[in-house]
Each structure stands twice: as structure tokens, then as C-alpha cells.
Design a protein. Sequence first.
Length: 439
Amino acid sequence: MVLIFCCRFYKIRINFPAFNKARIMSIVTASSTEDLLGEKVEQATATKKSKIFDFKMWNKRHVAFKVLYLGWDYSGLALQDTTTETIEAKLFDALLKTKLIEDPSQSNYSRCGRTDKGVSAFGQVITLDVRTALLEGEGVIVPEGSKAIERKGDKIIELPYLNMLNRVLPKDIKLSAWAPVPPQFSARFNTMHRIYKYYFPMGSMDIELMREGARKFIGHHDFRNFCKYDTNDLATQSIKFDRTILDIKIEPLDQNSVVSSHQLYACTVTGLAFLRHQIRCMMSLLFLVGHKLEQPSIIDYMLDISQCPGKPQYGMAADFPLVLHDCVFQDIEWQYLDYSYVNVISELQKAWTYHMTQAMIVKSMIDQLEGIDTSSFSPSLLPLPTNYLFPVLKTDHKLGKSYKPIRNRPTSGSYEERCENYKAAKKRKLEDGSSSENT
């Protein structure tokens, strides 16, 4: 049985519905967990009546956790009412199992960056109130009616948060560090800046052209043509498209590697905040520039709302190469636990071994086939193409003669026009409903 957390996102607040505490705890107790190797471990049926955990015997503490996860098999970070396969669902499940929180809706929870389906993170940061062994200290909160002073046991050494949570979290979601923070500290609003990385092979792309195009993103711009918004944004007309990119670099992962179509690069984007799917849209256009299907000036064109008021139709770059690399804060002293540190490294080494071995097998097949004598092949097929790497990252448009330039593509209309059209359509729907009721 799996625990489902439901939430509704409105503006900047995370609103949880009322939870049936007894139901939550019974589900958590009955559910299966994963051990550190990812193997299913069915919890033994309790033969004795479970002892009720008294949260009044503990104070609370506002803390920050640094979270890393491989997001490829998850439906994003945020809680959803249609699936439990989200990062936050697994985090709250672990927090409830370890009795670090009593009620998610009362945990004062905040996240730094909301990553979408398929996106991973190394430096995601969340803040919330958890129970603490301490009676006082940074971030310690004494709730009304607290009996923590009466509790037996250590009140000086803090609970081993990382060890507790990493034992029950899935193998592809781990906490790497924690830190006590002031009660008013917010993972979202206290962030100085965020750093994303997008990984890709060079293929047949011109990296220097991509760098020229990438530099045009630096600064304060209107990114409405480099993001995605839905009907909720049209209904509220509350979305602001101005964002600031502090820096953007495209560099090889290995500076000493031999230049080839399989050489891996990372595009590192540093910014104050980002719109939904902004980086994937940016990368999509940079890939077109790299393939010389568009000039770097296409970035200037799409950032100029007077020239390009409506977003041209184009597909986003793939989700799986994108990583929230770091969330930068001021005056946070991250703490690491030795056992947890070794455990996290161990799990990542296992994942690396598995995926790298698979990649090398495929690469060996490519190398073997590329070593075959192709002198008898049709000249039109040679040299061997390297643009086969491109469709994996972006599949909406074909390369070659059939390519349609961005400037010649249909647009979705300006944001203001779409808002007005949405309002008009909604008004017509209401009027049609009223007419049918009166007949």
C-alpha cells in the first residue's frame, strides 16, 4: 500500500489538505520500504499494539536539508494528487516514518527549486520544522505545551537526521547534508542564486556558435518565448516573465579528452530564478544554433518582444540531461555525517557503475561498426553522420532540407492575446450554460 499526498499549488504557498493522522500512520506502518540496496523489505506485522509516539515530548527545529536525486523515473519534485512517484512524496513518507514530523501541512516546508519530470538534482535544498533532541540552540522552536524538558535521554547531541532519513529513502533519493537555520529562513526566498547544468554530446554541433548564442542570454530579459505556461497562468494573468541570467558557460567535461562527436559537454546556467521549462527551451534553440540551422542572432530576436511577441512553435530539449546543480545561500554551514556520507557515495558509485557499463557496451558496438571498411558504400551516405545524437535531445523537427526556420513558424500569439482569448472563451462558456438552463 502506498501513501498519497495531495497538494494544491497557488502562487507561492504549498497548501496541504487536512490529513487523517491515524490513517497516515497506519499506511506508513504497513507500507513496504526499500533498504540501502534497493531491495524490497516487507515490514513485520506488529504482534503488539504500537506505542503512540508523543510529539509533545520533543521540541522542533527549523533545518535545511541538501537533497540529491536521480529524477529520471519520477514525475517531478512537487507533490501531486495523481501519483506517489514524486520526490516530495518520498521525502514526506520518510519524514513520517522516522517521526521527524507529525503533520506535513504544519511543517513550515519550503523548497528552493521546483524541478519537473525527469530532471535530477545534486544541490536541491528544502527547509522545514522537524523534531529535535535539543532544548535550545539555533533554529530550536519550543511549541506551546512542550514537555521536552521532561523527556528522558540525551538533550545535548542532535538526532542523526541524515542517517535516519537515508535508511528509509529510495536508493535514488538521498540527503547529503543538513544545517540548522533561523525559524524564518526559507529555502525559496533566501536563495542567492541557482545553478543548473545541462549535459550533452558534441555530435556535429559547432560549440563556438553555441557559446556565441548562449552569451546573449546573460542579463535581465523577458523570457516569455523561452518557457511554458498553462491555463492557470492565463486565468490569473499573474505570471512575470522577467528573469536574470548571471552567467552561462559551455565547457567539455574532460578538458583533456580527444575532440570527437562523443565528447561530452555541460552548459552551466547561473541565475536568480527560472521560469517553467526555461532552460530546456534555451537549450533547444542553442542546439539549433549549434547545427547551423539558426544563427546566434535568433536569440536576440526571440528575446525582443517587440519583434517576437508570440512564442514560435518549437519543441523543448529533453528532460533527463538537466540537473539542478546547486542552490547558493549565504551563511549556511552544512554538516555532514560520516556514515551517511559513505552510504551516499556508495549508492552513487553503484549507479555510476551500472550506467557507465551500459554506455561502454553501446560505445564498443559503435566503435566496432565504425571500423568496418566503407569504401564500397554509396558516397551519399559518407562520411558517417553524427547528427544521430541530436534527435535524442530534441525530436520535434527534422534536420536538413525540410527544416523550417524559427522566424517562419506559426506563433502561439502574445501572452496578452492568449489571456484575452481565454477570458472570452470562459465568458462564452458561462453564457452558454446560462442559456441552456433558461430553456
